[in-house]
Design a protein around this ligand. Structure first.
Ligand code: PMP
Ligand code: GLU
Length: 418
């Protein structure tokens, strides 16, 4: 039983939380905490207490940024790029991005169509702020990255979530999409390769989605291509923004975080029709100004430079996919799909719901992931935040030995449930 002191302390904490909530703006009270970052914080706290935690929660390359990119950053410091940068990004960076879009994606945008921001996350949030009016519907293909629905809330839009079936590799079909369109639909957004499922939409699937967009002239596409270089399919990456009929209504979002192992540098961008790019520049001019000058110069080297390192990292992720998928398939109760890209496994664990280790009963994926962190010290993320409550996400961006050990720990923990 809790002591009197403990009860008093708990009620003081509750009162403080309640008071904060009254003072915070409604838009922040309505916002969910990012579950990817939330689990990562919990894992760090456990590790600080001396536990041997394997953190497979945050989706972050475990590689260092390639040397030629780091050198460009050092040079930028020495060359004196210390002042404010233009709001939409340095001209050489916007040009390098326009060249990259042409080279890799067959998308023909000029530098004036490019806006550089503080990570692809910032680019996505900017686009929604610029396009979505209160009450507009934003169709989101689920499972989706946790921040999409919350960014839509911040833009006062309404999320319309469409579920990709496990048997269709978690992908939403063009038919599902068309059936969901209403006069209020403003945007459809999805990532390919996908976070959390790793699914890759093929060219044929994207052309079918493009046909639907072509038939609905008020609908815009936000195409999140941040995992572009981590694609294991023979066909490779296709960009929906390269379809000429809808080019003006596709906002291509990408950055350097995943493909170039540059999560901390915080560079993302959009390629879009000029009026949309101008809208984002206007917003950024009032909220953040141009992003970090040194990181921008590093990004020029990333976009103009060789892709050898990106290719090597992709090969490592592909090898780890085999390792993790193989091991997870051995665990009773885990239903595992084979991701075609990115660095996540996303098993369906609903067969474990209702089971117990004698003390804790697992009701849902949040219970399972919290229990796993406590019991096995393996940090993962529940599927609920990704719009897929039957699943859990395991990042495969870690050393092979760590991944093997994590899978063994998960297997041993699951064996204690009945
Ligand atoms: N989109 C998806 C699907 C992601 O997984 C991430 C990773 N955080 C982002 C966007 C944001 O990337 P960045 O680190 O460039 O903000
Ligand atoms: N994209 C990563 C993830 O999904 C980074 C964390 C975040 O920004 O959500 O884990």
């Amino acid at each position: 039983m809790a002591s009197i002191d403990q009860l008093i302390t708990n009620s003081i904490i509750q009162m403080a939380v309640a008071e904060q909530e009254v003072r915070l703006a409604d838009r922040i009270n309505a916002l969910e905490e990012s579950s990817t970052l939330g689990m990562t914080k919990k894992a760090r706290e456990l590790a600080a207490q001396g536990h041997k935690v394997i953190s497979l929660s945050v989706g972050e390359p475990d590689f260092k940024t390639p040397q030629h990119i780091c050198e460009a950053a050092k040079k930028a410091i020495d060359d004196g790029f210390h002042g404010y940068s233009p709001v939409a990004g340095y001209p050489d960076l916007r040009k390098a991005i326009a060249d990259k879009l042409k080279r890799d994606n067959n998308i023909d945008w000029k530098p004036e169509n490019i806006v550089v921001s503080t990570g692809a996350k910032h680019s996505l949030a900017n686009v929604l702020q610029v396009l979505v009016n209160p009450g507009d519907e934003v169709v989101i293909f689920a499972p989706y990255w946790v921040s999409y629905s919350e960014m839509v809330k911040l833009a006062e839009g309404t999320s319309v979530i469409l579920d990709g079936a496990f048997d269709n590799n978690f992908k939403v079909t063009a038919e599902q999409f068309e059936a969901a369109i209403t006069p209020k639909t403003k945007v459809v957004m999805f990532a390919s390769p996908n976070n959390p499922t790793g699914s890759v939409y093929s060219e044929a699937e994207l052309r079918a989605i493009g046909d639907v967009v072509a038939r609905h002239e008020n609908v815009f596409v936000v195409a999140d291509e941040i995992y572009e270089y981590i694609n294991f399919t023979a066909e490779g990456h296709f960009s929906i923004g390269s379809i000429p009929e809808i080019k003006d209504r596709v906002i291509t979002v990408n950055g350097v975080a995943k493909g170039h192992a540059m999560t901390g540098w915080r560079i993302g961008f959009i390629g879009a029709a000029k009026w949309i790019a101008d809208g984002v520049e206007k917003l950024q001019g009032q909220v953040t100004s141009g992003t970090n000058s040194i990181a921008q110069k590093a990004a020029v080297a990333a976009f103009n430079g060789p892709l050898d390192d990106a290719k090597k990292m992709k090969e490592a992720y592909q090898r780890r996919r085999e390792l993790v998928v193989g091991k997870l398939k051995e665990i009773p109760g885990f239903k595992v799909n084979v991701p075609d890209g990115a660095f996540y496994a996303f098993p369906d664990i609903s067969a474990l719901f209702g089971k117990s280790d004698g003390t804790t009963t697992i009701h849902n994926s949040d219970d399972f992931c919290n229990w796993l962190l406590d019991q096995a010290h393996v940090a993962t993320v529940a599927g609920s935040g990704f719009g897929a409550p039957n699943c859990m996400r395991i990042s495969t961006a870690a050393a092979d030995e760590q991944l093997a050990e994590a899978c063994e720990r998960i297997k041993a923990a699951v064996a204690t449930l009945s």
